[in-house]
Design a binder for this molecule. Sequence first.
Ligand code: HEM
Length: 181
Amino acid sequence: MKGIVFNEFIEFVESAQGIIAVDAMISAANPASGGAYTAAGYYDFQELVSMVVALSARCGTPVPDLVRGFGEYLFGKLVATRSELLRAMPDVYTFLESIEGQIHVEVRRIYPDADLPKLETERRSDGSLLLRYRSRRHLADLAEGMIAGCIAHYGGEYTVSRQDFLDEEQVQVAEFTICHG
Ligand code: HEM
């Protein structure tokens, strides 16, 4: 996983819980990299997992809630310097539809070693959007938080429901149904 995600995660913990919580989390997780990351570097994804687990043990918030909260924060940070992305996509559905074929493609161009999920979308006849997440990293909670961040960014009334399963290779699949109104 790219260092940019680790750095954003550490900033997220600092903004929500303070620097003491960051220090305690890093000493408890004891990551091989020492807890210092450069944005373009590539680090073991397990370091992130052990930091989230250590944070959860300390603050009592369940891991999925922490990961969702981080996803919401991360969405804001990723688009903060990329306002043209939001301008180019007029609404939540078009934004979500553009991740797989456009946004993550661009991420891959900048970081060829990026670990990205597969995100398929499909418009349903009832007016909802189906987004299917699939990844070996099992970060559907992160995706859920990012979808919430995206909705918060555009505003408006949406409901999001989620169904989880594992595919035949034991890879996590989560189907999100996003419904406007
Ligand atoms: C709602 C919108 C988005 C969703 C649901 C989403 C979903 C995800 C998820 C779940 C991951 C973690 C990797 C995995 O699960 O396999 C990820 C990675 C990433 N995404 Fe997205 N993403 C969204 C928008 C964006 C945007 C707007 C950007 C940048 C402009 C972006 C850049 C990245 C980067 C840099 C990574 C990390 C790759 C790595 O560490 O190797 N994403 N995305």
